[in-house]
Design a protein around this ligand. Structure first.
Ligand code: PMP
Length: 398
């Protein structure tokens, strides 16, 4: 018996890009210590008061089926938060609570695409994007952004594919690059969406991690609220990755369909998790700043280290917990460099190629180990790259 085409082709036939990560995890399982700068997860755990609230409300009885769309108080709190942060009037009816940003992405694409439709997204991209599109039987079409332009996508490149497309997905602050789209980029994107009648799916799960400039939600741009679905999550902003709670903000008629989808898939998110999320949101901005602070600090440390050498280049990152480093001077691909670094120094990073062709010759470094380990790892990485360049030059002249 064969699995469906839809599910068996979700990965597109190629690798899933996680081989270096898998090798690192295997080394750890075999007892070899590895500095992991791979996965986008904090080096702290969910704060105890949030877990205590989860415990309290679960013991208090909130363990039955919860409201499928999300408990009203949480939907209201998120609507209020979005209104305050973006200036776009947002009501409970614009919000559905989901099992993390991940299922929000899948739900959003299910809501706006029919089988065979083309869905655009920007390369480099968060690794699951093409699979999400294939998972709803649509056709993924990547639009390359360029390292030389700090990975801000060109609206003309998006427009060139827009006539055949139904949706565009963007992600700012960006995983894997740490780039935050500026107002010009977002105005250009909005213009293309309006002209070509595209749905915009805006993945904003890193919106509390801004190191420079500001986050602009494209839903706040002229004529965009009616065609934009925003993906949000508690994972990154509140260090709640394991709680699996996020949301979609969308026009009311789309949320109505999403509630119907949830009725047939997840049947909602556990009530005690939703109560804990509400409690976490009520801790306010100071708490979110505290969660983001280690990444801000490590980014500053990284800039100092990178400034002192000239072999490893850096795409200026204005947000998120990642840095994209340019290692093309070593002559290696991102993947070859990542394997070599892992073998030589037991430091695991993600090859840029895991996130699309546009990031070839780069590596993504997650700033997710403590400051001392991060500084040591980054210094080692730079020295390693320097050695590769020196050896390469020596080989060329011998
Ligand atoms: N979008 C992006 C860009 C991400 O990096 C992630 C997680 N790494 C997600 C969505 C999904 O996160 P979650 O399901 O934990 O909310």
């Amino acid at each position: 018996m064969q699995a469906s085409q839809r599910i068996s082709t979700m990965l597109g036939g190629g690798s899933d890009g996680w081989e270096v990560f898998a090798r690192a995890r295997q080394m750890i399982a075999e007892g070899t210590p590895v500095t992991e700068l791979t996965i986008g997860e904090h080096d702290i755990r969910t704060a105890a008061p949030i877990l205590q609230e989860m415990h309290r409300t679960a013991l208090g009885g909130h363990t039955g089926y919860a409201s499928i769309s999300g408990i009203p108080a949480l939907r209201d709190a998120i609507a209020e938060r979005v209104s305050a942060r973006t200036g776009v009037p947002t009501r409970r009816e614009n919000v559905i609570i989901t099992s993390g940003g991940q299922s929000a992405l899948f739900a959003a694409h299910t809501a706006v695409l029919d089988p065979g439709d083309t869905a655009l997204y920007i390369d480099p991209y968060y690794a699951t994007y093409p699979g999400t599109v294939r998972g709803v039987s649509a056709r993924p079409q990547a639009i390359k952004a360029h390292a030389s332009e700090a990975f801000q996508p060109r609206s003309a490149d998006i427009a060139a594919h827009a006539a055949e497309a139904k949706s565009l997905m963007i992600n700012s602050p960006n995983n894997p690059t740490g780039v935050v789209y500026n107002r010009d980029t977002l105005n250009g994107i909005a213009q293309v969406c309006r002209t070509h009648d595209l749905w915009l799916i805006s993945d904003e799960v890193y919106d509390t991690q801004i190191w420079e400039g500001m986050h602009i939600s494209p839903r706040s741009l002229d004529g965009m609220a009616e065609r934009t679905l925003v993906i949000g999550s508690m994972s990154k902003s509140h260090a709640m990755t394991g709680s699996r709670i996020g949301w979609v903000i969308a026009p009311e008629h789309i949320v109505t369909h999403l509630i119907n989808l949830a009725t047939h898939t997840t049947y909602g998110v556990p009530g005690f998790i939703q109560d804990a999320a509400l409690f976490a949101l009520r801790q306010g901005e100071a708490f979110e700043t505290e969660i983001a602070e280690p990444f801000r600090r490590r980014r500053a440390l990284a800039y100092e280290i990178l400034k002192a050498q000239s072999v490893v280049g850096m795409i200026p990152n204005a947000g998120a917990m990642y840095m994209m480093l340019d290692i093309r001077a070593t002559g290696l691909s991102g993947e070859a460099f990542a394997y070599a670094l892992l073998d030589a120094h037991r430091i695991a990073v993600m090859p840029g190629e895991s996130f699309g062709a546009a990031a070839a010759g780069h590596i993504r470094v997650a700033m997710t180990v403590d400051d001392a380990a991060f500084t040591t790892a980054l210094n080692t990485l730079c020295n390693f790259a320097q050695k590769l360049v020196t050896n390469r030059a020596a080989a060329a002249t011998s």
